[in-house]
Design a protein around this ligand. Structure first.
Ligand SMILES: [Fe+2]
Length: 221
């Protein structure tokens, strides 16, 4: 996929510009991207759970071992209450994804009983500031498998690269969604991602990693 690189900061800035920039950064760090950009406060959009969800992945924040092929990415963000301002500590985040070749650790859609090790799946809790972060590899694109109940008409359609999320917290509505990456040419024709622009994030290159920020707002329970 195409890399999306953010513009570099200007080299020569005045003290006032620097302070203003710092204030903007601080503000951005305490508000979801959508609010920082002046958009309305809304819960994060939902997306389908897909056929490859499995419960019980290990708690960890580094999904890919050193032998895992693929471009290294790091995703971080904050989980907010419905006011888009109050961070939610101890929210449970489950993530699962395909490997760089577009293959999941299960090839049996919808079969939640088969037993084998979890791979490229994890759970984590947000910290006291509502923050989470994990490292993994860029997931590969894959075609929708044939014969999925309700999704038969999409069989063979290449899905954009994505990471699945499920976020649950005591007093809010559980969220099932998917994270996409800006610049992916398969987003526009995807029936799930095509009209959910808030789910596609930009990535920036940083010390051998591609980093992205995905803030999440849960609906009130
Ligand atoms: Fe998927």
């Amino acid at each position: 996929m195409d890399k999306i690189l953010l513009p570099r900061p200007a080299q020569n800035v005045s003290r006032r510009q620097f302070l203003l920039g710092g204030a903007a950064l601080i503000g951005a760090a305490s508000l979801p991207d959508a609010l920082a950009a002046g958009k309305a406060c809304r819960p994060t959009e939902q997306d389908i759970i897909g056929p490859f969800y499995r419960f019980g992945a290990p708690f960890e924040t580094r999904l890919a071992g050193p032998d895992e092929s693929g471009e290294r990415i790091a995703i971080a963000g904050t989980v907010y209450a419905a006011d888009c301002r109050s961070p939610l500590p101890n929210a449970l985040i489950e993530i699962w994804q395909a490997n760089a070749a577009g293959v999941y650790d299960t090839s049996k859609p919808g079969n939640f009983t088969e037993r084998h090790d979890f791979h490229l799946r994890a759970m984590m809790l947000t910290d006291q500031r509502g923050h989470y972060e994990f490292e993994t590899v860029m997931p590969g694109r894959y075609p929708v498998p044939p014969g999925l109940p309700g999704l038969e008409k999409y069989a063979g359609l290449t899905r954009p690269a994505h990471i699945h999320f499920r976020v649950t917290e005591t007093l809010h509505v559980p969220l099932t969604t998917q994270l996409y990456f800006q610049g992916d040419p398969h987003i526009a024709k995807d029936p799930f991602a095509g009209h959910k622009h808030g789910l596609a994030i930009a990535l920036r290159s940083d010390a051998g990693l591609l980093r992205g920020r995905f803030d999440i707002v849960l609906a009130r329970g």
